[in-house]
Write a new protein. Structure first.
Length: 47
């Protein structure tokens, strides 16, 4: 029985979940913190 590729699926779902949490979180602290996040920081969060 072939098992579903869970690691690959999680690798795709994790960034999406992190992005959803990240987009929902700034509503509490301050939306001004959004532009301060660079692409390198976002990529580092996924690793």
């Amino acid at each position: 029985m072939p098992s579903p590729p869970r690691p690959a699926r999680r690798a795709r779902l994790l960034p999406a979940a992190v992005l959803l949490l990240w987009l929902g979180a700034p509503a509490a602290p301050a939306p001004a913190e959004l532009p301060q996040l660079t692409e390198s920081e976002v990529k580092a969060a996924y690793v």
